[in-house]
Design a protein around this ligand. Structure first.
Ligand SMILES: Nc1ncnc2c1ncn2[C@@H]1O[C@H](COP(=O)(O)OP(=O)(O)O)[C@@H](O)[C@H]1O
Ligand SMILES: [Mg+2]
Length: 249
């Protein structure tokens, strides 16, 4: 499949972002196609998280444009990004630990039923629909009524991915999704990424683990001190070259 024959899902140009005296991003461009996994690499502080936060509605860029499905968009909040089909999974704030699977998949978009004209959150239906989505992804939660804090890191990550799928994300951004997971759970997340890719979702994948990046990505974009210093097809590069781009002085 020649991905670049398709129209891009995301097309960022000239993105800059400054925090006080610190230039966190400088004139960065990024393109993401449907069914593609794009890895973002770079040392700590390179600007990876800041870049994806301009896409997920957390930060407004100081300069530059973001096109989504061919149209320039201005995202004011993460909620707007999610409504538009851009879901982000952060390593830390992916989920609400005190809620069950249903409460998490439907977080901020709860199903409400009316009893005697009064609104009630329909927990049972949310749980049921959440479990159906997760089952489609081959994710099985044994005690779905329990709060997520009782699940393993991998299962919690899976629930966050399930939420993105349930809401039909077209772009899924994952910031270090496997960092806190054990090896079998990392493998599961990688499998899910492969499946999403096949279904046409565009995935942006940030990781410190070059093995993961080389296993799952089609392209890699390397940032250094807020600037894009290289972009390669995974099939045309190797670990050494990527590390050199990350650290070159
Ligand atoms: N909200 C913020 N306020 C001030 N500085 C920030 C903020 N977010 C990130 N930075 C700074 O911007 C730079 C890029 O950070 P970040 O995008 O988190 O890098 P990465 O994810 O590649 O490790 C760092 O120097 C970081 O300290
Ligand atoms: Mg980061």
């Amino acid at each position: 499949m020649n991905i670049s024959n398709k129209d891009p899902l995301l097309d960022l140009e000239h993105i800059s972002k400054r925090f006080g005296g610190l230039q966190a991003l400088k004139d960065v461009a990024l393109t993401l196609y449907p069914g593609e996994v794009l890895a973002l690499a770079g040392d700590n502080g390179a600007g990876k998280s800041t870049l994806i936060k301009t896409i997920s509605g957390v930060h407004k860029p100081d300069t530059g444009t973001i096109k989504y499905c061919g149209q320039v968009i201005h995202l004011e909040t993460p909620h707007q990004a999610r409504d538009a089909g851009i879901e982000t999974i952060y390593q830390d704030l992916a989920i609400a630990d005190n809620l069950d699977v249903g409460g998490n998949v439907f977080l901020g978009r709860e199903i409400v039923k009316r009893i005697c004209g009064l609104p009630f959150v329909d927990r049972r239906r949310m749980r049921q629909e959440a479990l159906e989505t997760l089952q489609d992804l081959d994710i099985h939660i044994h005690h779905p009524e329990n709060p997520l804090r009782s699940l393993s890191g991998g299962q919690r990550q899976s629930v966050a991915i399930g939420r993105a799928i349930h809401w039909k994300a077209r772009v899924l951004i994952m910031d270090e999704p496997t960092a806190a997971l054990g090896v079998p759970e990392q493998r599961k997340v990688m499998e899910i990424i492969e499946r999403l890719k096949k279904s046409g979702v565009g995935v942006i994948f940030i990781s410190h683990n070059l093995n993961d990046i080389f296993q799952v990505s089609d392209r890699i974009l390397v940032l250094r001190r807020g600037e894009k210093v290289g972009e390669r097809l995974i099939s045309e590069t190797n670990h050494d070259e990527v590390v050199r781009m990350m650290v070159a002085g």
